[in-house]
Design a protein around this ligand. Sequence first.
Ligand SMILES: C[S@@+](CC[C@H](N)C(=O)[O-])C[C@H]1O[C@@H](n2cnc3c(N)ncnc32)[C@H](O)[C@@H]1O
Length: 734
Amino acid sequence: MEMRAVEDIAIGQDLTPPLPPLAVVLNDSALSSHCSACFSTLPPHPFFPTTLQNLSHVPKNIPTPLYCSPRCSSIDSPLHFSSGEPYLLSLFLQSPPATWDDSSDLRLSLRLLYIFREHLKECSFLPSFPGSTTSERRLLLGGKKDYSFQQNQNVAGPDDYLENKEEQRENMKSCCHNDIVMERIAGLMTNRERLIFGENRKDQFRGSYEEDNLKENRENREGSCESTESVSERIREGAELMAKARRMCLDEDGNVEKQEEFVVEEMVLCLVLTNAVEVQDKSGCSTGVAVYGTAISWINHSCSPNACYRFSLGLENNEQPRLRIVSAAKMLDPGNGNCLMMEGDFQHPFSEQNLYGPRIIVRSIKAVNKGEEVTIAYTDLLQPKEMRQAELWLKYRFSCRCQRCVALPKTYVDYALQALSAANSDSPKSTINKMEKLSLNFDDAINDYLSHGDPKSCCMKLEHLLSHGQLLDELLEPKEAKSPPKLKMHPFHHLSLDAYTTLASAYKVQASDLLALNYEAGSLKLEAFNMYKTSAAYSLLLAGAVDHLFMFESALVASVANFWINAGESLLSLARSSLWDSFLNPGPNHIEFSSFLTQKCNWCCLTDTSGPNLMQLEEIKRQISNCIANKTSQVWGMLASESNFLRLIQNPIDFSWLASAETSTGLHLHVAEPVVEKGCIPLKAGACNDEVGMNLILLGIHCLRYGRLLSAICFGLSAERTTTQLIEFFKESG
Ligand SMILES: C[S@@+](CC[C@H](N)C(=O)[O-])C[C@H]1O[C@@H](n2cnc3c(N)ncnc32)[C@H](O)[C@@H]1O
């Protein structure tokens, strides 16, 4: 299945109304901070579950879902208890499973399994799924006696189907050897066979591949043989836990036989692994996981997608668009009733409460023609091709054949994400080995910060790796101690991009740790100030490097928007910091800050409060990025001064200097010439006589504005702050 546009659609438009999930759960870590029904942040006195179930059966001392209102509690808690979720949480706590570190996918699967069975009991006939409807019905309802269904006495319950346990098992097995039943439940693909057994029986790779792609696909698949086993082991362990939880919920002992098969649980778990999307809050942090209906779950992946999605927690008052995508099958045959039933018409038992859970909205990030396939990204698009392919194969068992993946030679972006600088003169084979080791060394350095809370060691190691491309064991015995540092990791390499993200955060943490230590000590203040500076510089470098790649791959818009916003906030926080008082007199803190935000920039539409008209997007983008380039050239020297690595970067926005750094070693990295117009007219500085500080503020405002403009493309104008809101924001944070 795939989804197509029903009409021509411009960039930055919603393709769906906000669609409610079939089922949704919070991550384990968000259970105590967010409402389990609507995902909003919990109030100081949250509400507990109101349940219809017999509470005496529910295990004690397990995390309880909390709610923002009695209404949310009454919507969600019956499902929480009926599905067996509390028992799964208790099993998780008693003996944490080896292959699952968070229970959310398993709890989501339990909820879906319950919902599917409720739905089947309420329908006198199954929706027109292709294939044997009877076997699907038998498969899902043929489980053990389920007391939670007793309320529906007037419809056929599971017991009416199969009383005998052996018969149930045999029936499940036979159902599962029916291809069609294995493939889908409620129209959603389970992918169970491929996930558990590796290759599909039908060779999905047969076809018109170019030789190179065939070879590469084979290598990716061979490389993941071992991981196929670990994936199936994980599914098996998860399904067993689900089965135990369901049996405990049914007032049984929860024992399962050693060789028992948990086919139904496996199918629903595989459906979750194949279709679930990670729910994120406004700041991009993952809060939970959800499965949506076919309108969303039938959207395929591309590494250069034309759409993205966002979540909406409240009711959006503005006019809601209709569904502007349909399945390819329906597009070809609009009268096809089978398809009609499958497209968004599946109603779960809680459908009257259509406000349940965070709703999803799909949005175009490129212009889409009528009839064109609508695609989204299942993976991080800032990974090079081989990494994306390996991840997609591991998680979904398909080889992506999108335009970006089949391009020969590779696209510029994929080339750049793996490029080494010309200073590297090793043979290709030793380069591959070295890169593998380097990658481990980067992971190790980042781990110092993330797992061991040691930002200082992390920064030291990462900067050394970035500027020398030298393995850490070489670091102990420097071979070329006297030679000047050379830029060996390319600034666009994916490891470099990861490193900038970590460095921006680790320097900021170090600075606040220092200030917390002793705010009054002058030397510490200076050190902290320098760390804030370096952190802002890394944020700017990250935004500049990804913006360069964005010029060649417009699907990177969501990432680049985020990086510009972070850079803007980081630069403005630096400019607003009271630490300036110690080193600059008078510092930019003395400037009437809001006057900067309200002044009109002569070269771009900085103070356009009505929000950008997306039709003029290209022009606005060009103007703002010119201002950014201009201001950057005036502050970069100051920002980069404390880091050996950053001093090697001549300009973090305009990378034309790299072309000359690429010497004669056979690597010809094409570096685009950025469109930079000189002579951005400075805003009127008012009483300010500190040029650096003023430029820093102007740069920060432009970065923020540019990031918000790009973010409006992916997430809508509501995500874009007006100038007035910006002033409020900085008044609060100042
Ligand atoms: C969420 S579903 C997408 C809809 C799916 N095509 C269907 O028929 O229901 C995810 C599954 O679709 C398939 N898929 C998605 N994108 C694909 C792509 N670019 N190439 C091949 N298969 C893809 C994979 O089997 C994947 O596990």
